[in-house]
Structures are given as C-alpha cells and as structure tokens.
Design a protein. Structure first.
Length: 85
C-alpha cells in the first residue's frame, strides 16, 4: 500500500469513527427501532460512501469502514450512558 492510499484509508476510517460518536450519543436517547433511531444509525453512511469513492478506495475497504462506524456508535452510546448515571 502506498503512502497516499494509507493516508486516504486513515482519513476514511477516522471520519467513520468520529462522525458516529455524536450519532451514537444521540441514538442512546431514542426509542429502539424508531424512525429517529434508524436515522441516527444510518445518517453517516452516504458521507462515508462519498468519501470512499472520492479517494478511490475499493470495495474491500467497506468492512473496515463499517467496523469503524459501529465502534463510533458503541462508544458514543457508552459516553451518553455514563453521563446520565
């Protein structure tokens, strides 16, 4: 992997993680399976896809970007739970 691709990958994964922190935080306050809950889970996806396509990263990166997004959601929701209690 060349340095440019590695930087693009790092930016994409960082964006997926950081963008989902506040969304996970907000998701924790909504009723499970409500419209708002669904929106908070999926809101970042178009932006992650656009960033992946604009950087020229392939389909093989998708599992890593999903994992980063899920990690952001989980950590964001844990931050919310800890701040309430």
């Amino acid at each position: 992997m060349n340095p440019s691709t590695a930087l693009s990958l790092a930016i994409l994964l960082s964006f997926a993680f950081v963008a989902n922190l506040p969304l996970g935080f907000l998701r924790e306050t909504t009723r499970k399976f409500s419209v708002r809950w669904f929106v908070y889970i999926h809101l970042s996806i178009p932006f992650i896809v656009a960033l992946r396509m604009s950087t020229g990263l392939g389909w093989n990166i998708i599992p890593f970007s999903v994992a980063s997004a899920v990690a952001g959601q989980v950590i964001g929701s844990r931050i919310r739970r800890r701040s309430r209690g």
